[in-house]
Structure formats: C-alpha cells, structure tokens
Design a binder for this molecule. Sequence first.
Ligand code: PMP
Length: 424
Amino acid sequence: MKVKQHSDKVSRVWPLFTNIDVDYGEGVHIYDQSGREFIDCTSGIGVTNTGHCHPRVVKAVKEQTEKLLHGQTTILYNSMLDRLTNDLQKIIPEKLNCFFFSNSGSEAVEGAIKLARHATRKPNIICFQGGYHGRSIGALSLTTAKSVYRSGYQPLMSGVFVSPHPYFRQYREEDVEERTRHCLAELEYLLHTQTSPDETAAMIIEPILGEGGYVMPPESFINGIRDICNKNNILLIFDEIQTGFGRTGEYFAFTHFNIVPDILVIAKGIASGLPLSGIAANKEIMDKWIPGSHGGTYGPNPISMAAAIETINVLEDEELVNNAKEMGDFLLAELQALKKEYPIIVDVRGKGLMIGCEFVDDNGNPGTVIAEKVRQNCLTRGLILLTCGPYNQVIRWIPPLTIKKTELEKALTIFTLAIKDSLG
Ligand code: PMP
C-alpha cells in the first residue's frame, strides 16, 4: 500500500500513524479517497464520541455558521453560553456550578492550574506519575507519561511535584492494595518533606490514565487522594479530557469512585470534533478569579457551542452512555478471552469504551514491537487503532460510543487475525 505523506512544508513533529488518505467520516467509519472503509476505533483520540459527522451535530453546526462565526465573550452577551452551561449542569453535579471555556485540552488544564493558584494563593501543584495533561509549558510540566513529551523543553514550570501511581510494570507482581497504600503514604510524605499543605494549591490526576496506558487505579487510591486533599485543604483537579462525555460508561469517570473533584477539566468529547474545552468548579472558587485575570480571544466559539449543545442532546437521546457501558462490557470480555489464548497479551483492562490491551515480548518486557505490528496489521485489514502506555506497549480501544455489536465483532475478527499475522 502506498504511504501518503504530507509535503515537507508540514512540520514533521506530527508523525503520521496511518497511510489513510482521508475523504470523509461517517459514524464509526472513515473512508479514503478510493472509497475504502475503515473501522475507526480511535475516535480521533477520544473526540468523536457521537461518531463522525453525526447528522444532528452537523445540522446544528451548519445553522450556526450562517449566523455568527465569532462573537467574543467579553464583547457580546450570547444566550448560547447560558444554554450550554445549563445543559452541562444536567450531567455535572451542582457542586461544580460555574464554568469557564477555552479551545483545547491543554488550554483548559492551564486554566485549571491558574485558577487553583489564584483561588488559594498557594504556588505548588502535585501531579501523578504516568499522567498526560497536555503540551503547553504548564500542562507539560504535569505530564509524565513519556519523556519524549518533555525532552528538549526543560526547565518546565516550577512548583510541580510528582507523586507515584500504583500502575507500574515493576510493581505489578505486588498486591495492588498494598502498592496503593505505599503510593498514598508517599503522597503524604511528599506533603511532609517537599511541598507543605500551606504551599500546595492542588493535586491533578486523570481518574483513569489515558496516554499513560489506559489504567483504572484502585478505588482506594482515588478516594485516598480525595481524603488527603480534604484533610490538608488542597484542591483536587480531575482531568477528564479523555474520560469525559460518556467514554467510560458514565458521563464522567469520577462517578466510578463516588467522589466529586473541586475542579473538573473537560474537552475532546464535548463538541464531537469542534474545538472546545472548559473547566467546572464551585462558584465560590471560580469567583476568586477577578474579572480580567484570565481569558482568551476565542473560547467558547459559537460554532463549537452549537456542536456541544447538540452533542449533549445526542448522548442523552441515543442513550450513548449506556451503549458505551454495554458495548464496553462486551469488548472487555472478548479481549479477555483473547488474552487466555495469546500469552503476548499480558493485561486487558478498562471501563466502558476505554479499554487497554497490553502486550509483552518473549522475555516479559514491554511488547512495544509486537503491539506496533498488531496495530499495523489491523490497519492493513481496515481497522484503525492507536497505542499508548510508557513504552507504546498498550493497544487502546476508544471507538465512538455509537458503535454496534456487529461492528465490534468485525473489529475483533480483524484484531484476532492481526495478532495471528504478527506471530506468524
Ligand atoms: N489531558 C488529557 C487527559 C488528554 O488525553 C489530552 C489529549 N490527549 C490532553 C489533556 C491535552 O488535550 P489537547 O491535545 O486538546 O491539548
């Protein structure tokens, strides 16, 4: 197959992971210029939760483009902004009753840490190993999923402290609850030895690690962090950029842990592909931001708002969160059955339609090479998947939440054949 590449005028900082010369997307499928169909189990990195070009979202976007393309938030009152926050409040607890919007995930993370610093008048932030929070300098300084993201950019933002996460290959043999207790003890020790509670504004965590390997930590870990934050008057920020909007079989992953963060960061699935991100916090915290102390030209763009409003309607009307749970349970069980058959699969885990399938090599080391081979063989057979994890040893399944059982069955058949091809 001929590999199509962008010209030299396009920065090579974007590696191209597929050879698909895209024409259009529809539902769970991508079509290339020759009309070839691919099943998209990436959702453009967890964005197109309602499927590609959902007709209702497209209609809302089209209608909005005829009316207003840009209406700066500090210049014009726009009733859409009130509508959007009201709609979001239906799926976000009342404790988080005030919103700020921006365009990308990284920008929203920047906003969250700026708000935490501003509201508490404290300088430091604690993040967790394996986390991914974005590419801008502030968000990058909280990102420890892989050193390639950080290399060449040091020194990053100061006042950041990294605490351990219970997911690490070298610790996998240990009892996970015991490891969790160690991690929480290390977190408390960090507060005792390096950044005292009266200097620590917030802790930020992805409740389920995304780029870091699709890892659901033990409930006791997330609950332990919540307790430590409460005890020490530290804000808890959840980065739900990848886990939000139904991805894990709940609107937000915090539901799995029965807790609510102090600041919630959202993006990706919110607007089905249009750029929109935001943070939600209690009004008392949000009001510490005095007018003018944060902002931006574009956020929230009216077309993105129209897309978001309709996205939330579609998620609700088509019961996509429930579908994510049901299809996720099916996919998880099927992949777990494959694990029994193929020893190169060392772990299958996930919630809803956020499932990681981790590979090892013959020596028990991270299966970077085999995972890449499987991914490529899937692509040749018409299935788009991505890898993640510190060694790119995990294949992640993150299809649109609209996916049907028959489509997943087809994808699973391709995946199984791709594994066989890779071993042969
Ligand atoms: N946080 C998480 C959890 C993410 O998954 C991502 C994107 N992969 C980001 C932050 C950064 O978002 P963006 O690429 O839109 O800046």
